[in-house]
Design a protein around this ligand. Sequence first.
Ligand SMILES: N[C@@H](CCC(=O)N[C@@H](CS)C(=O)NCC(=O)O)C(=O)O
Length: 209
Amino acid sequence: MLTLYFSPGSCSLASLIALEESGLPFDARRVNFAEGEQRSEAFLKINPKGRVPALVTEQGVITETPAILAYIAAMAPAAKLAPLDDPFEFASLQSFNNYICSTVHVNHAHGRRAIRWADDPAAHEAMKAKVPQTMRDSFTLIEEKLFAGPWVMGERYSVADPYLFVMTDWLPSDSVDPTEFPKAAEHHARMLERPAVQRALAREKASLR
Ligand SMILES: N[C@@H](CCC(=O)N[C@@H](CS)C(=O)NCC(=O)O)C(=O)O
C-alpha cells in the first residue's frame, strides 16, 4: 500500500490528484504545517528534507513531485497517465514537470519562504515583490510555448496536468489574475470537473476537520 504525506493547498495536491486518477490503492496522511510537523523528528525520518509530498512505497520513500508523478504513472499503466512506451514523449513530459518543479514552484516560494535564500528583511521584501513578474514570465512561456492543448502534452491527459493545475491555482495568491492566461485558466476550470480532482480536494478538506 502506498502512503502519501501531504499538506492541503501545497504542491502535494498534484501527487494526490495523480493517485486518485491512477486507481492505485493508497492512504493519504496530512502533515500539519501549522504545527511545524514537517520538521518533527518523526516526519524527518520519512523525508529528511522536511517537505511534502513524500510517497512511502514498499521499496522506500520517493520525494520530489516529478519523481512521484512518474512513479505513479509507471505503477498504473492502465490509467495512461504518461507516454511510458515513447522515450521522447516521456522525456518531454519530464521536461515540463521539471520546469514546474525547478522554476515555477521556486518563483512562488520566493513569496512565502524568502527566508531560505536571505537573512536581510529588505531582501525578503525584494524577493516577494518580484513574484508576480516571475510567475507571469513562467506562465507566458507555458501559455505560448509549452502547453500543447487541450491537455499539457496534447490530446492525452497526463501527470503534467495536475501539476499545472496546482500552479494555476496558486496564481491569485501571487497577485496574478489567471484570466491573463486563457489556456491555463480554461485548463484549470476543466480540471475542476474531473472526479479525481474533486476527490483529491475533498480529501484535503476532510483532513482539516
Ligand atoms: N521540490 C519539491 C518541493 C517540495 C516543497 O517545497 N514542498 C513544500 C510545500 S509546496 C513544503 O513542504 N514546504 C514546507 C516547508 O518549507 O517547511 C517537490 O517538488 O516536491
